[in-house]
Ligand binder design. Sequence first.
Ligand SMILES: [Zn+2]
Length: 64
Amino acid sequence: MIFIPFLIAAFILLLIYVRPGTRACRWRADRARDAEGKSYFRCAACGAEVMSDSGKPPRDCRKP
Ligand SMILES: [Zn+2]
């Protein structure tokens, strides 16, 4: 049963990649819609819209 540790490692990697909240979100910046020093981001996957303070897209999905 030498392959069991590999099965466990594969399972853990699967949990990391399929974590809820980080679905197939692809954030796109739209400089034309920036306002008040915040950066506008829109998710190309689910359509969520976010105003980011840091200028970076959110790491989780903001789908309503
Ligand atoms: Zn999304």
